[in-house]
Design a binder for this molecule. Structure first.
Ligand code: NI
Ligand code: MN
Length: 225
């Protein structure tokens, strides 16, 4: 499968069977996004939580593409109440979709939509398809259970925030990689706004000092997993 990074926490997975899965698609209000929301398509949209920089343009894209939302129950009910298709899940649960398996994890963060609906618990998500497991942590602080998540679900690629202020900063993110033990760590949720400025190469160097691998993706870059 392929993984494309758009900046912030927005990624697209494209499977070998050409299914497109968007995660936290924040484009039009995102000053660092290399594209606008009408330039992507999605068969599935996974949201980690209800904040505006994660729901982003999801409703617009789903309207265009008739995408299926996959998220925790309360957030799934929110998008369903707006007329969209949703598959309700919750933390700890996994489900086999036609493209692969999705499992939700804890994240230590809030979750309310910009129009003030409670969107359930913030989450992280493990996506396994084409023989690889990607762990998108969502917005979160550091927590020790990342060790358990990595032990129970061996991780190939860990996508994790480094921007501090709302989430882990670099020091905590490096510890998160030590705990979850992915093959490759990819930083996200930095430099979108001044308050979350961080140097992804500083993160990468610290990961490499641990003898582990990190890739800093440029905005719009796509890699084969
Ligand atoms: Ni958030
Ligand atoms: Mn955020």
């Amino acid at each position: 499968m392929k993984l494309r990074f758009f900046s912030h926490s927005a990624f697209q997975l494209t499977t070998k069977s050409n299914k497109k899965i968007l995660i936290d698609p924040f484009f039009d209000g995102n000053p660092t996004s290399p594209i606008k929301s009408n330039e992507v398509s999605a068969d599935f949209i996974i949201l980690t939580h209800g904040h505006g920089d994660h729901i982003g343009d999801a409703l617009k894209i789903a309207k265009k593409d008739n995408s299926l939302f996959i998220c925790v129950n309360e957030l799934a009910n929110y998008v369903a109440s707006k007329g969209f298709k949703a598959h309700n899940m919750h933390i700890g649960g996994s489900y086999n979709f036609d493209f692969g398996r999705v499992k939700f994890t804890i994240a230590h963060h809030g979750s309310m939509t910009s129009d003030n609906y409670y969107a359930g618990e913030a989450s992280g998500v493990l996506i396994t398809c084409d023989g690889k497991t990607v762990y998108h942590t969502g917005d979160t602080g550091l927590f020790y259970d990342m060790k358990l998540i990595g032990e129970m679900n061996p991780i190939d690629y860990m996508l994790l925030p480094i921007g501090d202020n709302f989430t882990m900063g670099i020091t905590d993110a490096v510890k998160a990689v030590e705990l979850a033990n992915p093959k490759i760590a990819i930083p996200m949720h930095y430099n979108t706004f001044p308050v979350i400025n961080a140097d992804p190469n500083d993160f990468k160097n610290k990961i490499e000092q641990l003898g582990k691998k990190s890739i800093v993706l440029s905005y719009g870059q796509e890699i084969e997993l």
